[in-house]
Design a protein around this ligand. Structure first.
Ligand SMILES: [Zn+2]
Length: 331
C-alpha cells in the first residue's frame, strides 16, 4: 500500500465533503460490518448488536436500500458500475450467534450476508483471546492482586487489586496481545487463565460456531462464507510466507467444511496498520473476488476490490443507525 494511498484513505474517511463530492459523479455502495447479534452485559469492544435491534436494522435496510451480495458488488466493480442504493451486510470472526441469532433474521427478511470466518476458532470450544481478557479482567472474578508476565524477555507487573486497576490492565494487555504472533499470544492467554483460576473452556455466550453450525450456515440461500485467516493475527506483523499460509489454509479449510468455493476475504482487524501490500497481493494472486478492510468510507466504482472499505455497525439507537447509513448516500 503506498503512502499516497494511505493518506487518501485517511483523508476521505475523515472529510465528509470529499466523500460526498464522490457521490456526485459516481453512485456509492456501503458495506456494513457486524460481529455479533447478542445481548451482552459486558461488551468493551462494542461488538454486539441486540437481536431486536438487528431485526429492525435489516428490515429498514431491506425496505429503503438494495441489499446485494458481496459477489454481486465484486462483479459490479469489475464492470465499473454500481447499482443505486446498494448495501452489503458482512459479519467477521465466526461467533455462534451468527448462526443462532443472525441467520433466522436474514432468512425471515430474505436478506443476504457474507460471514468471514477465523478457522482455528471453529469447533475449538475456546473464546477469542479478546473475550478471554474481558472474562478475566472485566467481570467480578476474584483475582490475585498482581500479575507477572514475561513478554519478549522482559518482565511486566500488572496491578489487578481493584476494578479500576483491572480495567487499566485490560487496556494495556489488549494491544500487546493483538500485535503478537498466535503461538506467543496463545501462551500468554494460557498463563493469564491459569493465574486467574478460570477454565480454558468458552462461555456459552461467547463461543465460536461449531463445524456443524458453520456448515448449516453455509447452506442457507442467503449466506456466503468468506475467509478471515486461521488465527486472527494482524497480517502486517507476519512475513509474506506466513501471511500466505494464514490466508490459503483458512480458505482451504472452509472449502472442505462448506463444500463451496471461497471467493471473499477480510483482513483481521482490517485497519491500514493491520495489513500491508503483501496481504493485498496475496488475495489478488490467490484469485479472491474481493478482500474487505475496516476503514470508514463508501465503495465507488474506482475502489480497489482488494481493499474495500466497510462501516462498523454498533448497537446504536435506531435513529442514529438510519442517519449513519443515509449519510453515505448524500451528496
Ligand atoms: Zn475479525
Amino acid at each position: 500500500m503506498s503512502l499516497k494511498g494511505n493518506i487518501y484513505k485517511i483523508y476521505t474517511a475523515a472529510c465528509s465533503p470529499i466523500r460526498f463530492a464522490g457521490n456526485l459523479i459516481d453512485t456509492p455502495a456501503v458495506i456494513l460490518i457486524y460481529h455479533r447479534v447478542a445481548f451482552l452485559e459486558n461488551d468493551p469492544q462494542l461488538l454486539a448488536v441486540k437481536p431486536d435491534n438487528f431485526y429492525r436494522q435489516v428490515e429498514w435496510l431491506k425496505n429503503k436500500y438494495n441489499i446485494i451480495t458481496l459477489e454481486e458488488l465484486g462483479n459490479h466493480l469489475k464492470n465499473g458500475r454500481i447499482p443505486k442504493k446498494s448495501v452489503v451486510i458482512t459479519f467477521d470472526d465466526g461467533y455462534a450467534d451468527n448462526y443462532l441469532e443472525a441467520l433466522p433474521v436474514l432468512e425471515a427478511l430474505s436478506a443476504d450476508a457474507t460471514f468471514f470466518i477465523t478457522t482455528n476458532s471453529i469447533g475449538s470450544e475456546r473464546e477469542f483471546w479478546w473475550d478471554d481478557l474481558e472474562r478475566v479482567f472485566l467481570n467480578d472474578v476474584i483475582l490475585p492482586p498482581s500479575l507477572l508476565l514475561e513478554i519478549s524477555g522482559k518482565t511486566y507487573q500488572f496491578d489487578t487489586s481493584t476494578p479500576a486497576s483491572k480495567l487499566k490492565t485490560y487496556n494495556k494487555l489488549h494491544p500487546i496481545l493483538k500485535f503478537r504472533k498466535s503461538v506467543d499470544r496463545d501462551d500468554l492467554i494460557r498463563i493469564i487463565l491459569d493465574w486467574s483460576g478460570l477454565s480454558y473452556k468458552s462461555r456459552q455466550t461467547h463461543r465460536p460456531m461449531t463445524i456443524k453450525e458453520l456448515s448449516k450456515l453455509s447452506k442457507s440461500e442467503y449466506t456466503t462464507i468468506g475467509a478471515h485467516t486461521q488465527s486472527h493475527t494482524p497480517l502486517s506483523i507476519l512475513s509474506k510466507d506466513e501471511q500466505q499460509h494464514e490466508i490459503i489454509k483458512s480458505k482451504m479449510q472452509l472449502e472442505e467444511w462448506t463444500n463451496t468455493q471461497i471467493k471473499h476475504f477480510s483482513y483481521p482487524f482490517g485497519s491500514i496498520k493491520d495489513y500491508d501490500k503483501n496481504s493485498v497481493a496475496i488475495c489478488e494472486e490467490e484469485g479472491f473476488c474481493t478482500a474487505c478492510s475496516n476503514f470508514y468510507s463508501q465503495v465507488h466504482s474506482w475502489s480497489n476490490r482488494y481493499e474495500l472499505p466497510r462501516c462498523l455497525i454498533r448497537d446504536w439507537n435506531f435513529e442514529f443507525f438510519k442517519n449513519q447509513i443515509n449519510k453515505f448516500f448524500r451528496y
